[in-house]
Design a protein around this ligand. Structure first.
Ligand code: PNS
Length: 167
């Protein structure tokens, strides 16, 4: 059975991420969407648990997709779970510059391979941070994130709610 991990901070998952996960799920028997970060450290708009729950909600129609979180080295997770493939999306050459050293480091550490899927052109400009920035100032983020995530963002960024830091 082939298993791949799609790692990321997913604060929150966007339609670009979801497209990559959906496509990865066609190529691997199982895909684990792995939210990285320390669950006890409060940083970002959503807690790690909230991110995991949002991803579970928006991937529930994909039977071979699971969601997990991890606060350590990515390769320690893949080794512990017998996973030999990582999948990431590439939007631009900037993403490539950012991803290449991580892919090479992860491969050096344990031999895990990173597969890159080119982002669909519909989603090439979408990032979690830009989406948060737009939402923070009341802009329309319809179509940038799944509807369920948009509702959670609007709720979180409502004046008087949690800090709502856009990063
Ligand atoms: O969504 P992001 O922030 O671009 O994801 C980057 C991520 C989380 C995949 C990367 O920071 C990571 O792998 N973090 C886990 C800690 C780790 O293994 N760091 C060494 C990477 S070579």
């Amino acid at each position: 059975m082939t298993t791949a991990v799609c790692p990321g901070s997913f604060d929150p998952i966007t339609n670009g991420h979801l497209d990559i996960v959906t496509r990865a799920a066609r190529h691997f028997d199982k895909v684990i969407v792995l939210v990285t970060g320390n669950p006890t450290k409060k940083s970002g708009l959503f807690s790690i648990e909230e991110r995991v729950n949002l991803i579970r909600e928006v991937t529930q129609h994909l039977p071979n997709v699971e969601v997990d979180n991890w606060g350590g080295l990515l390769v320690d997770y893949t080794t512990a779970h017998g996973v030999t493939a990582l999948v990431k999306g590439l939007r631009t050459a900037l993403d490539y510059e950012y991803e290449l050293p991580m892919a090479q480091m992860n491969r050096r550490l344990t031999g895990v391979d990173t597969y890159f899927l080119l982002t669909d052109e519909k989603y090439g400009y979408i990032s979690s941070s830009l989406t948060k920035e737009v939402a923070k100032y009341g802009g329309d983020i319809t179509g940038l994130v799944p509807d369920h995530v948009r509702e959670a963002m609007v709720e979180k960024l409502r004046p008087g709610e949690a800090p709502g830091e856009a990063q």
